[in-house]
Ligand binder design. Structure first.
Ligand SMILES: [Zn+2]
Length: 179
C-alpha cells in the first residue's frame, strides 16, 4: 500500500479495529509520517458518494476530515477531535452496508455529530453544507440551537443588563456557586 501523500511504499500500522465485516487500519507513512486509513475486507465494493449533481465519486476520508477540521478550527475541543470524529463517521457510513450513499446523508451524519459536540462547529459546518441562502436561515438555525442550549455560564457577562430585558426573558436567578 503506497502512501497517498508521497507514494512511499512502506507504512506502519498504528491502530487496527474490526469494523463490520472487515478490518480498518490506521497507518503512518515511514517516510513523510502522514497518516492514512486502509480497509481490508472480502468482496466488498468500495463506498461511492452520489453528489448533488448526480456524479459519483469514491468516498474520501480526507475530504470529510477537511470539512470537519474547518468547522472545528480554534474551538476549545480536545486535540485529535476532528480525526476521531472522521473515524467514527467513516465507520458509521461503512456499517450502513451500502455501495453508494448520497452526499446529503453524509452531511446529515456529520451535522448530527457536531451538534452534540460544539454548536459553533455545527453552525459553521451547516452554513457551508446547507448553503444558507440568507442570514434569516442562518438565524433560524442558531435560534433552534439556542432553544435547547443551557443558560450561559454564571461568570459570562450578559449582553444586556437584565433590567432592560422584557420580563419573560429574564433567566431565573441562579444561586452563587461556592468555589
Ligand atoms: Zn508518505
Amino acid at each position: 500500500m503506497n502512501c497517498p501523500y508521497c507514494g512511499y511504499n512502506d507504512s506502519k500500522v498504528i491502530d487496527s479495529r474490526d469494523v463490520n465485516d472487515g478490518i480498518r487500519r490506521r497507518r503512518q507513512c515511514l517516510q513523510c509520517d502522514l497518516r492514512f486509513t486502509t480497509y481490508e475486507r472480502l468482496q466488498h465494493a468500495s463506498l461511492f458518494v452520489i453528489k448533488k449533481d448526480g456524479r459519483r465519486e469514491e468516498f474520501n476520508r480526507e475530504k470529510l476530515l477537511t470539512g470537519i477540521r474547518k468547522a472545528c478550527e480554534k474551538r476549545p475541543l480536545p486535540a485529535g477531535t476532528p480525526d476521531r470524529l472522521a473515524d467514527d463517521i467513516e465507520i458509521e457510513l461503512y456499517q450502513m452496508g451500502k455501495a453508494e450513499i448520497h452526499s446529503d446523508a453524509i452531511g446529515d451524519v456529520v451535522m448530527a455529530r457536531l451538534k452534540k459536540l460544539d454548536h459553533i462547529a455545527y453552525i459553521r459546518f451547516a452554513s457551508v453544507y446547507r448553503e444558507f441562502e440568507d442570514i434569516t436561515m442562518l438565524k433560524e438555525e442558531v435560534d433552534s440551537l439556542a432553544g435547547h442550549s443551557l443558560a450561559p455560564p454564571a461568570d459570562q457577562i450578559p449582553l444586556f443588563p437584565m433590567e432592560e430585558l422584557p420580563v419573560q426573558l429574564k433567566a431565573p436567578r441562579r444561586p452563587r456557586q461556592l468555589r
